[in-house]
Design a binder for this molecule. Structure first.
Ligand code: ADP
Length: 383
């Protein structure tokens, strides 16, 4: 290696000033010169690499491939970079591998060909890139989720608006008709007719109010803004109130049968929520049953639970659609002729479950449905 001996001082000064590792090999791929950075990088003592095959700093699995590459490359005699866009590893004396990038510079001196390789440890750069990739992936995921949420929210808003407009139209036009007719009954003796229309208006306004409360409940449930209020109350009082309101909705010769065993019953629960759930069940029973039918309300006690059942002789729920009945906005095919939003049962069930109670049903199409509220008895000792 004549040139390295001759100019070794200059080589050393230049080489030691460079932070990259320098490895010079001859055409037989024997290492003929290194700098300190290269020795440190690969874990060797000073000059320990000199005279060794290039293969000692290359993982075994690359050997055959690499050797042919190098000879090929030396023949062409052009500069190039290695390790960019692919995974290139260096091998330390202790067997460790690490990612490298190498710039190869072939040169000729005194008739001999050599290759000077500038080797950089890119472990950190790689880690950084990996981290960056991870961060980008995470951010992309978050953004995608946010987008999906936004889209769902928009769909929900659209759905809400069309539901509200649709649900409001019918009662509002009913109210308008009644008001128009009211203005025509000007004579004193027409009070009975006026009363009839006033009752219609009242009931339609109540209907609108229920729809709005349902939507508000959904909003409150979803945003977690519900406060429950557990207290002891007389079941008969609540049932009287609920049935009183429901009576106004009854169709011709529809009857509600009171439970006959609740006079002394006290319940510890959220009274409003139980009222909401019961009204919903009874209103549905009325809405989805024909004229001349009876709606039964049954109260039962067992060891651990009390049960409230609302039984109707109505249109029932088709078997295939029963599993969706508590889904928000779901309405069975046979129910579409009646007004509704598909919200009531969903809300009632969610509230009841939040309070440790449950809501379920049995139903047969064209025979009738039984909806059951089940409240655990230990509610009293728990709270
Ligand atoms: P809405 O009555 O406003 O549509 P609900 O959430 O109260 O919404 O009920 C959801 C659906 O469950 C109804 O659309 C109807 O298909 C079905 N359903 C509820 N109660 C009954 C019932 N008593 N008889 C038959 N179908 C019922």
């Amino acid at each position: 290696m004549p040139m390295f001996q001759k100019n070794s001082d200059i080589f050393n000064i230049l080489a030691e000033g460079i932070s990259e590792g320098i490895i010079v090999v001859n055409t037989k791929q024997i290492i003929v010169a290194t700098n300190t950075s290269a020795e440190q990088l690969f874990g060797y003592e000073k000059d320990e690499l000199i005279g060794k095959s290039l293969n000692v700093i290359i993982p075994t699995r690359y050997h055959s491939q690499h050797t042919s590459h190098v000879s090929n490359f030396i023949d062409k005699g052009k500069k190039r970079r290695m390790g960019q866009g692919m995974d290139l590893n260096g091998l330390r004396k202790n067997g460790e591998e690490f990612p490298v990038e190498a710039g190869l510079n072939p040169f000729k001196i005194y008739g001999d060909t050599y290759v000077l390789a500038l080797v950089t440890d890119i472990t950190e750069r790689k880690n950084y890139t990996l981290k960056l990739e991870q961060t980008v992936q995470e951010r992309t995921k978050q953004l995608t989720e946010a987008l999906i949420k936004e889209k769902e929210l928009n769909e929900l808003k659209t759905r809400f608006l069309s539901l509200v407009s649709h649900e409001f139209k019918t009662p509002l036009s009913g109210i308008l008709t009644s008001i128009t007719l009211l203005s025509k009954y000007t004579k004193t003796e027409q009070q009975e007719k006026r009363d009839k229309h006033i009752a219609t208006i009242k009931s339609k306004v109540r209907q609108l109010n229920t729809i709005l409360s349902d939507f508000l409940s959904v909003e409150r449930l979803d945003s977690g803004k519900v406060n429950y209020n557990i207290e002891k109350f007389a079941l008969s009082k609540l049932i009287n109130e609920v049935i009183y309101d429901a009576n106004m909705l009854l169709k011709t010769e529809q009857h509600i049968q009171y439970p006959d065993n609740i006079d002394e019953v006290q319940i510890t629960f959220d009274e409003k929520i139980l009222g909401l759930a019961l009204s919903n069940l009874i209103n549905n029973a009325i809405k989805y049953s024909p004229e001349q039918t009876t709606i039964k309300i049954i109260f039962r006690r067992e060891a651990e639970y009390i049960y409230l059942e609302v039984i109707d002789q109505g249109i029932g729920i088709p078997k295939s659609q029963q599993k969706h009945i508590f889904d928000r906005y779901f309405r069975a095919e046979n129910a579409l002729l009646s007004q509704g939003t598909g919200i009531g049962l969903n809300i009632a069930k969610q509230h009841l479950e939040n309070l440790g109670a449950s809501l379920y049903f049995e139903s047969e199409e064209n025979v009738g449905s039984t909806f059951t509220i089940r409240i655990p008895k230990n509610q009293e000792t728990k709270r």
